[in-house]
Write a protein that binds this ligand. Sequence first.
Ligand SMILES: Nc1ncnc2c1ncn2[C@@H]1O[C@H](COP(=O)(O)OP(=O)(O)OP(=O)(O)O)[C@@H](O)[C@H]1O
Ligand SMILES: [Mg+2]
Length: 220
Amino acid sequence: MIAFENVSKFYDHNTVLKNITFTVQKGEMAFITGPSGAGKSTLLKLMYMEELPDEGNISIEDIHLSSLKMSEIPLLRRNIGVVFQDFKLINNLTVFDNVALALHIRGVSEREVHSFSSEALKKVGLRHVADSYPKSLSGGEQQRVAIARAIVGGPVVLLADEPTGNLDPDTALDIITLFRELNSQGTTILIATHNRELLKNTVKRLLRLDSGTLTEETVL
Ligand SMILES: Nc1ncnc2c1ncn2[C@@H]1O[C@H](COP(=O)(O)OP(=O)(O)OP(=O)(O)O)[C@@H](O)[C@H]1O
Ligand SMILES: [Mg+2]
């Protein structure tokens, strides 16, 4: 479960998130929407502790983030798959090695690294470019590599920041279908997007951020 309790975040004098309270239950799939600059990426960054809140409490899977030591952050991140808005792929590693890297660091056996990474690339339809380098791929393909890397370790929680931003409508739908599948297998998923088109027919739960304030939208 993800729980925010009265969370605020300021950058200098700019209030980016204002007294945010919400929960996403284990196994739920929810969307955060809102205009550019509303604070969607910031909200996600607080969950994997790239940023820290100025006020309030956040817990993920019953772990109170404020009680974690710096040295415990990697353990938290093992349970959280993140698709970054700017991908953050490593350009001097092949597609395969980008996906496999986190498993290697965790000490997963060579055989499992290979089978899990191949499986993740297959799920996003990119097994044929496993030996290519990110720079030689289109924006949409790089985005799918980022998705494969986020799901490869079988995360408990998947956070995706504009995961379909560079994808054509059909590929975007494929990715949402994949997220639904992962969700039906028990992964808790939170997707930030301003793509209203994508939200049609896919939304189970919609949270809306506007100027740092969160409201729950009724899904029709
Ligand atoms: N590191 C930072 N330092 C200062 N201000 C920041 C920082 N990160 C974000 N902001 C500001 O916080 C606000 C929210 O940014 P954020 O990236 O969370 O928005 P967003 O909803 O993800 O937007 P987009 O839809 O364009 O991705 C913006 O006004 C942004 O300029
Ligand atoms: Mg953003």
